[in-house]
Design a protein around this ligand. Sequence first.
Ligand code: UT7
Length: 325
Amino acid sequence: MNAKITATGAYLPEKIMTNFDLEKMVDTSDEWIKQRTGIEIRHIADKETTAELAAKAALDILKNSRLSASDIELIIIATVTPEHPLPATALFVQEKIGAYNAFGFDINAACSGFTYSLSVANAYIRSGMVKNALVIGAETLSKIVDWQDRSTCVIFGDGAAGVLLEAVDDDSVGVLDMVLHSDGRYTDLMIVPAPGSRYPCSEEVIKNRDIYIKMKGNETFKMAIRSIAGVSQEVLDRVGLNFGDVDWMVSHQANRRIIEGVAKRVGLDMNKVIITIDRHANTAAASIPLALDWAYKSGKIKEGDIVLLNSFGASLTWSAGVIRW
Ligand code: UT7
């Protein structure tokens, strides 16, 4: 059995924050943000929670599929901004969409969360344990961003999107292979220090602003292009394809310059690269499925296309997958 993406779906919160809005909050400019990141706007969930965004994305996926909520067997939510420390956000999504025949859990692999989750769902389907899975990346990063830190607050956004993965009796289609990496020597590059078992909730962690994202952006940037290009080559080698066979590259949308750097390094024309960072910003685990959903619904990705997914995130995780759509 292979696992094939049979539907996509997405949800973005209504509120939009522009670079000009940010100019009024921190010492930054529209020009700096556009030039250094490619971002023009981001969506902000000021009223909705992560599970609410994820549930709306799940309903959109189901609307675009031939299944109903009661048919779903597995729900995986990739997130670094869960509804609560416990229980898993997947259970709140299960309740909101009424998928009571499923089991669910969350995966935290930062910006690689969607690809990590896709690999898990793929393995469950290939093993025969389930016939289908909802795999959703959902984030409300605006709630863990330090709105006083211009080096991080300008790059993140909120949103949710995902796919329905279904078993198909055809090993030439669907997820052909995936490669995942992590390196725990770099956990300080991007971290939300508290609250957790090391730094439980206290007045001090709040005063130190340790409840917000801290990122060494430039050091992260320097490692990203080489890592993404390398893991993409690895997964293509495993399935006997090369970059010339790729119809679409859908990357984690962290920075337009990173994506362009990867395309240049591997010799891929930018007209085969999906870019959504201008209007979504960096939505961590939601960024790849948001880009996939847009590329599929706008008619770019078509049946039979070879789609290369790749990601890079805290701290550090990186991964790639090859899909025959
Ligand atoms: O999502 C997965 C993990 N994260 C990433 O992959 C993020 C990767 N990193 C990046 O995308 C980039 O490093 C950033 C967009 C975060 C920063 O861009 P950069 O070109 O690496 O800037 P920098 O940190 O080297 O800073 C350059 C200058 C500094 O000023 P000086 O020291 O040269 O005077 C910063 O203080 O830009 C300044 N700066 C800003 N200026 C205006 C930093 N943030 C801002 C800002 N507006 N928002």
